[in-house]
Design a binder for this molecule. Structure first.
Ligand SMILES: Nc1ncnc2c1ncn2[C@@H]1O[C@H](COP(=O)(O)OP(=O)(O)OP(=O)(O)O)[C@@H](O)[C@H]1O
Ligand SMILES: [Mg+2]
Length: 281
């Protein structure tokens, strides 16, 4: 990465993720150090372990890094919520030859299919000690090794681990060896109302943009101001709930329209609402 590209990336990241200012400062410093020590061959993988409440942007960190680095395909994501059984290691890295289902493990498929060097391991605490140990090795060696000893070099990658674990359980569940290998351990707190309002503004603007591309009767770009007047953001701690509220208000709002010339019959109205709902996904 050139210096100006790095600058643009960090700036874009800052504005795309709302709130968590301390984390964003730390992240900037981590990335700057990582670039230096990775070049020296001393730091293979940058690992972040993010804990905290639901719906405040932990997973969003990985999505945002992917997007801000210009990802065009798919973020490499493995959800460890599905990896709690004793066979989970073979699902992750493939099973030994001759064994039924000796297919590629999920992490290999995901890393091969992506175009950016970032891996998201969601709900990390849901898996078990075997997988924790596997990651000890990954963070140390900068390689993911399959059960058939194929390897993918992930030198220079960022791995984001997310978890709903509490601080106390973090100490209990994750071994000290692994804990000490994470470059960053952070607790995500609830967002401030100011950040939630930014979220509302951004969401409404983006829905309006999609809507206006399709319909001739344009919605006002400042519609978000009405939404902010209708939503008490203080009542929402999970941004998924806030998003649902925005969708509901939007659907109610447009369903009162019959100024659209093409909406004359009930059928047309239904078709119109169906389209509207597809923008809200
Ligand atoms: N800080 C934030 N900045 C921007 N968007 C956010 C932020 N927090 C949440 N969101 C939005 O809310 C949605 C849910 O956030 P996210 O998936 O990151 O939650 P999470 O913290 O990983 O929660 P969980 O523990 O339930 O997985 C995201 O898709 C994103 O649109
Ligand atoms: Mg999440």
């Amino acid at each position: 990465m050139q210096e100006n590209e790095l600058y643009a990336f960090l700036k874009d990241f800052r504005s795309s993720l709302y709130g968590h200012e301390k984390f964003k400062d730390d992240f900037e410093e981590l990335v700057n150090n990582f670039i230096v020590f990775n070049k020296l061959g001393e730091h293979k993988v940058l690992s972040l372990f993010l804990m905290g409440e639901s719906g405040v942007g932990k997973t969003e960190v990985a999505r945002t890094i992917y997007k801000c680095l210009g990802g065009k395909r798919k973020l490499a994501k493995v959800n460890f919520g599905n990896y709690s059984s004793e066979f989970s290691l073979s699902s992750l890295i493939g099973s030994a030859r001759g064994y039924i289902g000796s297919d590629d493990g999920e992490i290999f498929i995901r890393v091969r299919d992506t175009d950016i060097g970032i891996i998201l391991i969601d709900e990390f605490e849901k898996s078990n000690a075997t997988l924790f140990n596997y990651f000890l090795d990954v963070l140390e060696s900068g390689k993911i090794i399959s059960s058939l000893a194929d390897e993918i070099d992930i030198n220079g990658f960022i791995i984001v681990f997310t978890s709903n674990i509490s601080k106390e359980n973090f100490q209990k569940t994750i071994s000290p060896e692994l804990r000490s290998r994470f470059d960053y351990k952070g607790l995500f707190t609830l967002l401030y109302d100011e950040d939630k309002r930014k979220f509302v503004e951004f969401r409404v603007k983006s829905i309006v943009r999609k809507f206006n591309l399709e319909f001739e009767d344009k919605l006002d770009d400042n519609l978000y101001i009405d939404f902010l007047a209708k939503i008490n953001v203080g009542k929402f701690n999970n941004m998924r709930d806030l998003n649902k509220k925005i969708k509901k208000i939007f659907v109610d709002y447009v369903s009162t329209f019959n100024r659209y010339t093409e909406i004359e019959t009930i059928e047309d109205q239904k078709g119109f609402m169906k389209k509207v709902k597809s923008y809200l996904k």
